[in-house]
Design a protein around this ligand. Structure first.
Ligand SMILES: [Zn+2]
Length: 742
């Protein structure tokens, strides 16, 4: 008693740190004895938006554990009982850490100290005290929150609750300064249950000590450089193809404009003045590659990465001069993913977020695959000039389980070896295993001593009880299969990653163990079973849809439509149950719509559009005829020397005629030693007019006008032809036509 009250009422941080070194006899702090509360939970006075809910959670957990009702108090602790002190002393004063201890637990770690009967939770910031509550519950009392909602909670029961800190004082520093895995807007559950379910997911993250540095990292040059400002200061306007124009989120700005740095710095100063609690803020460019091409900008560096880094450095230095301790994010991504050349150097207050962009998404980044090697070379290049980096991985690509737990540990170790200090993976969808993946990310991101095997050894029995062995077997079977196949995150990979036989075996096993389970376990297994049922329907929808695209067979179309409808019905019935996200539902809905697509006949005056990704054949079955091409993953391909032709009949009904039209989003190959052409016939194919010949149409935003060839026609044939050279090629990837009918 004496020790702790002295300790906590000591004003001097140095004296406090010195006292901490004095050995005190290790004794258990008893919170509950034989079902009776032997402590109070004490909060600092005043509004405590972070600590109040944590205190209530601690109270609720102790109740679930032992049946005891522990009071939460503010003011002064009664001398008759022990106190769990949340950043406060026994007599109600704020309890602070010494600067040394605040530093050694930075940014949101904590100290747990026991002395006399009391247990003190101390940290440099309220988030740290809150993390201490959950560290106490998880690391010392065995509570876990594996998945969101009550269903994911695991609270061991016992009549007496003691806390023993081996040395009387435990100092905890998170392994990563930022632990921010997040479910994006499509991965979170459905709109109508949104507020409740999102709140549950947020609470789940807090309980797992998510967080770290405070700030925001979205892609945003619109706020510092709004369009209106660009109109007033035309020098800020980015030059594209020789023309300057004010642009919003679809563009960027002129980085070499003399006032650009000052404008950005002033904007960031105003952000930090309005929100002094923030430690970093975004200076990540808008989500496009339209960087300024003016001579001044081109002189900033050889590549977009070099130019953006140089500009960002100037802004970072301006921020550091006016707001010491504050930093800005940058985003090596897309056209800025290649590391700048030797001689570049990142400012000390840059927080670069490096995207795992356009690469292997299933096998680990340490794999020997060429694009993993390319990625590693890029990142290593960046890390030679950066003070730190945060990783940005994409998780949950497919409408099936995501059990890639080994990959997670391997990659986190690799990141740490490269001096990464933050984790910001984006979860694209939510499905069986994504919650566990996120839980593991938090655990590995918090505790540098944590090991995947130990975490899984704790997880399987605590969450799956008697079904642990079966479920571990299912997760591992999917993990093996996926790692064996690999993938880039495309839906066409789904049948190979999740073969029907494996899915059916998993379904049968989950269903079998669910029969024997108690209600909580049955609910957990029910979630997984529903995810697998959805996957099984997806496989039918995808496979029969693909067969129909090749054969035009009505029976295949009916089977695909039935599977799509069953998928959507089941997904719909699961709204509000926190079972799955909705990304895959959107894909299935689009697939169902495509099955009923009216094709190339247009019935209304005004704008018309027809477009096709041709992925796995797409809507090629709607063409009037097709020869030479064969269907591959991304479109229509040709064997060496083959000639491919596909004819579409574009028809207007009633008294309508085509007024104008253009091709866009075109990918039409021009093979080496080969040819291509776009041709139009207005007489049913007797005579053809060549609109374009030997033009490489490589996607992007270029339009190819057809108005001269089609104006006034009620219908016309459109031919997309490729004469291949000596190597197999993807001849048409995607294409689109739009225009006006009158
Ligand atoms: Zn410029």
């Amino acid at each position: 008693m004496y020790y702790l009250s002295r300790l906590l009422s000591t004003a001097s941080g140095r004296a406090l740190a010195a006292l901490a070194l004095l050995a005190v006899p290790v004794r258990a702090v008893t919170l509950v004895e034989d079902g009776v509360a032997r402590c109070v939970i004490m909060l600092p006075a005043g509004v405590q938006p972070l600590l109040q809910p944590a205190a209530e959670d601690l109270q609720a957990c102790l109740r679930k554990m032992s049946g005891a009702e522990v009071p939460i108090i503010v003011g002064e602790a009664p001398t008759s009982v022990a106190a769990v002190l949340l950043g406060v002393t026994r007599d109600g004063a704020i309890a602070a850490l010494s600067p040394e201890e605040a530093e050694s637990t930075w940014p949101d770690g904590y100290v747990l100290a026991s002395g006399g009967r009391d247990l003190a939770l101390l940290a440099g910031r309220p988030e740290g005290v809150r993390n201490a509550v959950y560290g106490l519950l998880e690391d010392h009392l065995g509570c876990h929150w594996f998945t969101p909602g009550e269903i994911g909670e695991s609270i061991p029961t016992r009549r007496t609750v003691d806390v023993v800190l081996a040395t009387g004082r435990v100092s905890v520093k998170p392994a990563f300064e930022l632990r921010a895995p997040w479910y994006n807007g499509n991965a979170v559950p459905y709109e109508d249950g949104k507020s409740v379910e999102v709140a549950q997911i947020t609470k789940w993250g807090i309980r797992n000590r998510a967080g770290g540095l405070r700030g925001y990292a979205g892609q945003d040059w619109v706020s510092p450089f709004p369009k209106e400002l660009q109109e007033k200061e035309p020098g800020l306007q980015a030059m594209l193809n020789g023309k300057r124009a004010p642009r919003g989120a679809e563009g960027q700005v002129c980085m070499s404009y003399p006032r650009a740095t000052e404008i950005a710095v002033n904007y960031l100063i105003s952000v930090f003045a309005a929100h002094p609690e923030l430690e970093y803020y975004t200076f990540s460019p808008n989500d496009n590659d339209c960087y300024c091409q003016c001579p001044g900008c081109m002189a900033l560096g050889k590549t977009p990465s070099e130019r953006v880094l140089r500009f960002s450095n100037a802004v970072a230095e301006g921020v550091a001069a006016k707001c010491p301790g504050k930093g800005i994010t940058i985003l090596p991504y897309s056209s800025t993913i290649e590391p700048p050349g030797q001689g570049s150097k990142g400012a000390g207050n840059l927080y670069p977020v490096i995207c795992s962009y356009a690469m292997e998404q299933v096998r680990p980044k340490t794999d020997a695959l060429p694009w993993c090697q390319t990625y590693r070379e890029r990142v290593s290049g960046w890390m030679q000039i950066l003070p730190r980096a945060w990783s940005y991985d994409y998780i949950g690509w497919y409408p099936g389980p995501w059990p890639l737990f080994r990959k997670l540990e391997t990659e986190q170790n690799w990141y740490r070896s490269l001096r990464f200090t933050g984790l910001m993976p984006e979860y694209i969808d939510r499905n069986m295993g994504t919650d566990i993946h996120m839980w593991l990310t938090w655990k590995l991101g918090w505790d540098r001593e944590a090991r995947l095997d130990d975490l899984l050894r704790a997880f399987y029995p605590a969450y799956y009880g008697q079904a642990a062995g079966t479920m571990q077997g299912i997760f591992e079977a999917f993990e093996r299969q996926m790692l064996g196949v690999g993938g880039s995150g495309e839906y066409m990979e789904v049948p190979r990653l999740y073969p029907v036989a494996l899915v059916e075996e998993a379904l049968a096993n989950v269903s079998r163990v669910r029969q024997l389970a108690d209600p909580v376990l049955a609910a957990r297994l029910g979630r997984d079973e529903n995810c697998l049922r959805l996957l099984r329907l997806f496989l039918d929808a995808y496979t029969f849809g693909g067969q129909y695209r090749r054969s035009g067979n009505a029976e295949d179309k009916a089977k695909a439509a039935t599977a799509c409808e069953a998928y959507l019905q089941l997904a719909d019935s699961l709204k509000g149950t926190l079972t799955v996200g909705r990304t895959a539902s959107g894909f299935v809905k689009a697939g169902l719509d495509a099955l009923h697509d009216p094709g190339t006949e247009f019935t209304k005056a005004g704008a018309f559009i027809y477009q096709d990704s041709l992925d796995d054949g797409g809507k090629a079955f709607q063409a009037k005829s097709r020869s030479g091409y064969f269907i591959t993953t991304y479109g229509l391909s040709l064997t060496p020397r083959a000639i491919g032709e596909i004819h579409y009949e574009m028809r207007a009904t009633d008294a309508l005629t085509f007024k104008d039209a253009r091709l866009h989003n075109m990918y039409l190959a021009l093979p080496a030693e080969g040819h291509n052409s776009v041709e139009v016939s207005r007489d049913g194919g007797t005579t053809w007019v060549v609109a374009y010949r030997d033009v490489r149409m490589a996607g992007g935003s270029l339009d190819y006008d057809l108005t001269a060839q089609i104006a006034g026609a009620r219908s016309f044939l459109l031919k997309l032809k490729v004469v291949n050279g000596g190597e197999e090629c993807l001849a048409i990837d995607n294409w689109a036509i739009s225009g006006t009918l009158e």
